[in-house]
Design a protein around this ligand. Structure first.
Ligand SMILES: Cc1cc2nc3c(=O)[nH]c(=O)nc-3n(C[C@H](O)[C@H](O)[C@H](O)COP(=O)(O)OP(=O)(O)OC[C@H]3O[C@@H](n4cnc5c(N)ncnc54)[C@H](O)[C@@H]3O)c2cc1C
Length: 371
């Protein structure tokens, strides 16, 4: 359950593996449309150099699982305890763990130097809705209101075709959190009206594309309410039998979904592991360290970038950056394209000095020199 965008760097990984099954434009978007809740000029857009894809994971992942089995992989469906996962190391050369919840997540110690929060910084509510028109060119709307939170309107392709994922990222204690606290299943019609009310109050650039009469959820399985506690865990653990478990995906890095990075980071990480497997035969601590060091810079950059974006109250450089992008197309495009490149993004926005430098650099690129 999510509303995942795969950035073009991830699509390139899929093409390289021969698992890029959805070339159609109906599954992609190419821009971010911004609306800031402060300043006189509030809207602007940034463009990607290549499209991202937003296809419902309940369609996407089963197809990738077929690819896996067609190439000789074996799928088994069962619930594993931590003890059963330990036992797998007796029969497999390498055990990679990819689920981040409960006792399994707890097997990998939290990295306190990189995990600043002990609770969610946003309350989440995401639904797949009919009745919200797409932009032309197709894009994700990012509406940010101080003290309220974010709304990401993400054009998805799902079981009924085009839908709009409305991902409300609400500041705890703020006026939008009701969309997480009021349970959809208690009264779907009241929830629909509440969503329209929040859109009308805080997110005008999305509301103007809503057809109120046609506004309805795709189905009862198409809404998710909750929150994510961001965490970066150790890359691997050594077991009493001398074998290792390697962490990959959310069990390694869990980030808030506000900048669309969790699955993209997991895909990058999987490729690092795959390449390391191809060049090695021994899955000892040397192997684990090799994987850890190769993926560290990108994974830590994604972690630091998202944790900067969701800080309460906002870090001072973030409103400065978002406001500067209004009149600076090069900067807006750079911020947008950097959704593919977390290292560049944290270089851009990691501090006030970095944002100042990025604003100047981009202004120089867009300013025509006087004669
Ligand atoms: C609302 C939302 C929007 C998002 N948007 C984006 C986005 O735009 N871009 C992006 O890159 N990422 C996004 N993400 C993050 C993305 O969904 C995750 O990072 C990604 O799905 C993690 O994949 P994973 O395989 O590590 O874990 P999961 O997808 O959580 O898979 C874990 C699997 O393990 C199984 N499992 C759990 N416990 C056990 C057990 N005990 N035994 C056996 N199996 C078990 C589960 O059933 C599941 O199949 C979003 C997340 C949310 C919630």
């Amino acid at each position: 359950m999510n509303s995942v965008a795969h950035m073009h760097v991830t699509l390139a990984l899929e093409a390289d593996l021969g698992i890029d099954h959805w070339p159609g434009e109906e599954y992609t978007y190419s821009a971010h449309y911004h609306h800031n809740g402060w300043g006189d000029e509030r809207t602007y857009a940034g463009e990607f150099t290549a499209p991202s894809r937003t296809l419902d994971y309940r369609i996407y992942l089963p197809r990738l699982m077929e690819d896996f089995t067609e190439r000789g992989g074996v799928m088994e469906y069962r619930d594993l305890s931590a003890g059963e996962i330990h036992a797998l190391t007796d029969v497999h050369d390498l055990v990679v763990v990819s689920t981040g919840k409960g006792e399994i997540g707890a097997m990998f110690p939290k990295r306190t130097d990189k995990s600043p929060y002990d609770r969610p910084q946003r309350k989440l509510a995401v639904g797949f809705w009919h009745g919200v028109a797409r932009r032309d060119p197709n894009g994700v709307e990012i509406s940010i209101i101080p003290g309220v939170g974010e709304l990401l309107a993400i054009p998805m392709w799902s079981f009924s075709g085009p839908v709009m994922a409305l991902l409300f990222e609400s500041v705890p204690g703020g006026p939008q959190e009701v969309l997480t606290d009021q349970r959809f299943e208690d009264d779907p019609e009241a929830y629909r009206k509440l969503t329209l009310d929040v859109l009308g109050r805080y997110h005008p650039t999305v509301m103007e594309r809503v057809d109120v009469d046609g506004f309805r959820i795709q189905g009862e399985q198409d809404i998710l309410q909750g929150g994510v506690t961001p965490v970066l865990r150790e890359d691997y653990v050594r077991l009493p039998n001398g074998k290792f478990l390697l962490a990959l995906g959310d069990v390694h890095l869990t980030v808030d979904p506000v900048q669309a990075q969790g699955a993209n980071a997991a895909a990058y990480s999987a490729r690092v592991v795959g390449d390391a497997v191809l060049e090695d035969e021994v899955f000892d601590e040397r192997f684990m360290k090799k994987v850890a060091s190769r993926r560290a810079e990108r994974i830590e950059a994604a972690n630091d970038w998202i944790n900067t974006m969701i800080h309460n109250p906002p870090m001072p450089q973030i409103p400065a950056l978002l406001t500067a992008m209004v009149g600076n197309q090069a900067l807006a495009d750079e911020f947008t394209e950097n959704f593919n490149y977390p290292i560049r993004q944290i270089d851009l926005l990691g501090s006030e000095a970095r944002v100042d430098a990025a604003i100047e650099r981009a202004a120089a690129r867009t300013t025509v020199p006087a004669n």
